[in-house]
Design a protein around this ligand. Structure first.
Ligand code: IMP
Ligand code: MG
Length: 176
């Protein structure tokens, strides 16, 4: 197993992730029966999760990507800007935002605001991880893979300085 020295410990193995993502895919398949949802992945972190999740959903879905940019002055004044890239017309569509993690809740709050303004038929959010103890803005994802403590994680899309996204498991980042 590829284990960089920055991995303090493995939090979720590839097998645990596969299993949970399969369950999430099943839930979404049931909830969106007879619909053709548009999955909007939030780059770059959610790319890995989106790739796994979409293959666990048995529906004629489509995908696209958006981005966020955080301008962090201080922790408390962190501002998020949403880049809708070229998603086009989502009026009347059933949109599912696919995000890696809900941390402070700022990104997902802003993303939801920006997308709601474009008049989708429905708008839901799925997160692979949720860190409720870190919440600054009140936000609750509709679907969550795993709830975790206030830990900084890497792997399965999660990065530190752009690295470690390719680890097939989720690990705790070693700070020392
Ligand atoms: P927010 O604080 O909820 O707006 O989340 C902002 C972004 O911070 C997430 O989309 C992730 O990209 C990133 N992030 C939050 N926690 C972690 C972590 O533990 N590891 C890596 N990235 C994280
Ligand atoms: Mg992100």
């Amino acid at each position: 197993m590829y284990t960089p020295k920055e991995v303090e410990k493995v939090l979720f193995t590839k097998e645990q992730l596969d299993e949970r993502i399969k369950q999430l895919g099943g839930e979404i398949t049931r909830d969106y029966a007879d619909k053709e949802p548009l999955f909007l992945g939030v780059l770059r972190g959610a790319a890995v999760f989106l790739a796994d999740l979409m293959r666990a959903v048995e529906l004629p879905l489509t995908i696209d990507f958006i981005r966020t940019q955080s301008y962090v002055g201080t922790e408390s004044s962190g501002k998020v800007e949403v880049d809708l890239m070229n998603i086009g017309d989502i009026n009347g569509k059933d949109v599912v935002i696919v995000e890696d993690i809900c941390d402070t809740g700022r990104s997902l709050t802003e993303i939801n605001k920006a997308l709601k303004a474009l008049n989708p038929n429905s708008l839901k959010t799925v997160c692979l991880l949720d860190k409720p103890s870190r919440r600054v803005v009140d936000f609750q994802p509709d679907y969550t893979g795993f709830v975790i403590d206030d830990l900084f994680v890497i792997g399965c899309g999660f990065d530190c300085g752009g690295k470690y996204r390719n680890l097939p498991y989720i690990g705790v980042y070693k700070t020392e």
